[in-house]
Design a protein around this ligand. Structure first.
Ligand code: SAM
Length: 337
């Protein structure tokens, strides 16, 4: 569940750590998530947003190029073939992209929107400052007349900091099937928060990966070059650096498996032997038994009905469903109902 800064501080304070006012909110949020997740009863867990330091964002860009990771190519193909149609359906004045990363695919949306003559502003939003800086640099050079305003925000807790829409139409896009990484309890709250940032005539566009055969899905998250495994272990390196911990990242194996009941890939780190870990900044000593796991990410896969239901539950109605002939991936445009 998304938590507030006050809740994060309270978790740390209950653990005997008093946080002074100069401590960055991001550090407090990481410390509280690690404390909650690694001392949890039952399976240990960590939220996926902590994968994305500069190295994690770079690894994610490498994942997008892997032969097994069909998602990026599928989404690009749909944006290329239907971008003009989407722009005509909704000629936005402002494009806000949540979880934009390095915005590599965004030109496929920006260009048809610019061609309508309405687009003035692009607002990439991410937790990764390095990915945002990279995006601003390459898009700024390519589109010198576009107003680009990057925002470092956690979209699960800080969407209200986005700022007012400035007249014209606002389109909020969430590409890369990023919405599939949210816990079921988070999705509804997230879409409601998105709704609150939109006026009655604005729109939202989700890129969603669809349910398909298990072999294709599992291969996408278990690439033969081991890049996804490195990306998964990166969260331990982030904790080592930020919280002065001594995880041996190589002592954890990467595991991504299909869960048919929940229609999602579940990604874990599995201790390949007994481990003792000290997290100095939290005065925390942890033990892992051989085979014990840390649940690090879900990647939910969607069907048209589930997306329509999620939209309806948050006050949207599905306006366009673009899945192409292969039906492996979809773009889902919705408007406030
Ligand atoms: C699956 S990647 C997708 C990146 C890009 N949209 C794409 O399609 O290639 C998820 C992105 O969302 C960002 N992200 C993850 N959790 C976030 C959060 N809670 N708030 C803001 N950004 C987040 C990550 O830093 C990363 O850039």
């Amino acid at each position: 569940m998304p938590t507030t800064h006050a809740q994060d501080r309270a978790v740390l304070s209950d653990h005997g750590l008093e946080i002074d006012a100069s401590t960055p909110e991001t550090w407090t949020a990481l410390a509280a998530d690690v404390l909650r997740g690694l001392t949890a009863e039952g399976e240990k867990h960590l939220p996926p947003k902590w994968f994305y330091d500069a190295h994690g964002s770079q690894l994610f860009d490498e994942i997008c190029e892997l032969p097994e990771y069909y998602l990026t190519r599928a989404e690009e193909a749909l944006l290329r073939s239907h971008g003009a149609e989407l722009a005509a359906a909704f000629p936005a004045q402002e494009l806000v992209e949540l979880g934009s990363g390095s915005s590599t695919k965004t030109p496929l949306l920006l260009e048809p929107l610019l061609a309508t003559g309405h687009l003035q502003r692009y607002v990439p939003v991410d937790v990764s400052p390095s990915a945002l800086a990279h995006a601003e640099h390459h898009l700024g050079q390519r589109y010198p007349d576009l107003d680009i305003e990057r925002r470092i925000l956690d979209f699960t807790t800080q969407l209200s900091h986005l700022g007012h829409r400035r007249g014209g139409g606002r389109l909020i896009a969430v590409l890369g099937s990023t919405i599939g990484n949210l816990e079921p309890v988070e999705v509804q709250a997230f879409l409601e928060a998105v709704r609150a940032q939109l006026g009655p005539r604005d729109a939202v566009l989700l890129g969603v990966d669809l349910v398909k055969d298990v072999a294709t899905l599992e291969a996408a998250y278990n690439d033969s070059a081991g890049v996804t495994a490195e990306f998964n272990r990166n969260v331990l390196r982030v904790i080592n650096r930020e919280l002065d911990a001594d995880f041996d990242a190589e002592a954890f194996d990467h595991e991504s498996r299909w869960n048919a009941r929940y229609e999602r890939i579940e990604t874990r780190l599995r201790a390949n032997g007994p481990q003792r870990v000290r997290i100095k900044s939290l005065s925390l000593d942890l033990t892992f038994t051989a085979g014990e796991t840390i649940f690090t990410e879900i990647s939910r896969k969607f069907r048209r009905e589930t997306v329509a239901e999620l939209y309806a539950g948050a006050g949207f109605s599905l306006d366009a469903w673009i899945a192409g002939d292969s039906n492996e991936y979809a773009l889902a445009l919705a408007r406030p109902s």
